[in-house]
Design a binder for this molecule. Structure first.
Ligand SMILES: Cc1cc2nc3c(=O)[nH]c(=O)nc-3n(C[C@H](O)[C@H](O)[C@H](O)COP(=O)(O)OP(=O)(O)OC[C@H]3O[C@@H](n4cnc5c(N)ncnc54)[C@H](O)[C@@H]3O)c2cc1C
Length: 412
């Protein structure tokens, strides 16, 4: 008797979705990815993938290409608003963790992942916005799309990001994403500006009395530098900023960061296209799966960007999910095993990012002085304090054993 491979419907072609699909395909599953938007290139700002995420990209054969097209980050250097150095972290990442932290354009990452999915013969469907899920006993699970079409499979993976539609099926009474009270502005600038300022291949991060500014290299080409600002919302949300034209956004940034150390004013002057993002997170959901549907990546545990880990843990999810499905043929149990293993790490990182973000809010002069001195004091003492993040190796992790309660629920 021949068995047909089980079919996965993956919703979302951001970071976690296509990587999960590639790994599922390699593991012998049939898989199709459905993305709400048309296929497009050149979208989004910059981001950094840490060694723990790079390990997964290495597993799908993309690490070399992304290191070449991005910029290896040799440290993160902190400064006060006036430019006094406060210390550095994340030195020697490649030596310590086997792979470097790599800054890159989000567009390059997304395009490389989608190209790899195509070359692995993953079915990729664009302009398919999921609107409804039907999961009836003894029938295929069905994804319904906004254009009236539908698709059937054996199970579904919701990799559809912070505003996940799959989440409202899995956890209908769960919390909505929370606004963390900060708004982000980002874009690209010419490399020459950072080179002229003597910037090392690192990320420079400056804490102000109100808000934060970061910059660094992200690609070898002439426009391969990125910068971003995080600011308390002060009752003006991201949607209001998004409605402004580029000249008004630039005026706002210049006003907000007036008097900050060089090269921040020059970088703002040179910003090409400013992207505005709200800063949202989802601290915890009551459950990550329901029936034959599971959430991964930001859909399960959206994190604000202040720990630089959202994409890396979405990649970890992709790898661990496929291994879990290989180890446990029952989909429901495999989903519970996955959630039990992944939830503590993911939620710890979401909470850490929220705490880091709080350092970018409003401070009195004295409080900012104390914060800066605390950073200076604590950084050397905490040199290995983040090893639990970067040293995590998805390939070494084993699924924790089931509890008898879980076995009993399954049997019932
Ligand atoms: C400004 C900013 C900077 C960041 N910087 C970093 C960083 O430096 N390092 C880092 O690790 N992380 C960073 N992050 C976080 C990171 O971007 C996310 O954690 C990561 O993209 C999550 O991947 P994902 O695949 O789960 O979701 P996404 O990448 O958001 O992908 C979700 C996909 O699902 C699609 N979709 C949504 N709804 C539907 C639907 N109904 N039907 C079909 N498709 C749908 C979306 O269009 C999208 O393509 C940053 C985030 C922001 C906002």
């Amino acid at each position: 008797m021949t068995h047909r491979p089980r079919k996965a419907l993956v919703i979302g072609a951001g970071i976690a979705g296509p990587v999960t699909a590639i790994l599922l395909k390699k593991a012998g599953f049939d898989v199709a990815v459905y993305e709400a938007w048309p296929y497009s290139t050149g979208i989004g700002g910059g981001l950094q993938i840490a060694p723990n995420g790079m390990r997964v990209l290495a597993e799908v054969g993309l690490a070399g290409e992304l290191i070449q097209g991005g910029s290896v980050c040799e440290s993160i250097d902190f400064y006060s608003q006036s430019g006094s150095p406060l210390g550095s972290i994340n030195r020697n990442m490649e030596k310590r963790f086997g792979l470097p932290s790599v800054s890159m354009r989000r567009a390059m990452l997304n395009e490389a992942i989608v190209d790899k999915a195509w070359s692995c013969c993953v079915e990729m469907h664009f302009e398919k916005r999921l609107v409804r899920i039907e999961d009836r006993p003894d029938q295929a699970i069905v994804a319904h799309f906004a254009d009236g079409s539908s698709a059937e499979g054996d199970f579904m993976i919701g990799a559809d990001g912070v505003h996940s539609a799959v989440r409202s099926h899995v956890a209908p009474d769960g919390p909505m994403p929370s606004d963390t009270g900060l708004v982000g502005f980002g874009g690209f600038v010419p490399r020459a500006l950072l080179e002229a300022a003597g910037t090392r291949p690192s990320l420079a991060m400056t804490f102000g009395r109100s808000g934060f500014f970061g910059y660094g290299f992200c690609a070898p080409d002439a426009h391969g530098a990125m910068c971003w600002s995080s600011q308390p919302t002060h009752d003006i949300d991201a949607a209001t900023f998004r409605a402004m034209d580029q000249a008004a956004l630039k005026r706002h940034l210049k006003r907000f960061h007036a008097g900050w150390h060089d090269p921040i004013p020059q970088l703002i002057d040179a910003l090409e296209e400013i992207i505005v993002t709200p800063t949202l997170d989802v601290a915890t959901l009551p459950n990550w799966s329901r029936g034959r549907t599971l959430l991964i990546g930001d859909a399960a545990h959206a994190t604000s960007p202040h720990a630089g880990q959202g994409a890396s843990i979405a990649l970890e999810d992709a790898y661990r999910l496929v291994r879990t499905l290989q180890d446990e043929p029952d989909i429901g149990i495999a989903f519970q095993n996955f959630e039990r293993e992944r939830r503590p790490r993911a939620e710890r990182l979401v909470a850490l990012a929220r705490r880091n973000g709080n350092q970018k809010k409003e401070f009195s002069r004295t409080a900012a002085w104390i914060r800066d001195h605390m950073i200076k004091l604590m950084l050397p003492l905490n040199a290995r304090g983040q090893d639990w993040i970067y040293g995590y190796d998805v390939r070494e992790v084993r699924t924790p054993p089931q509890t008898s309660g879980q076995r009993y629920r399954k049997a019932a």
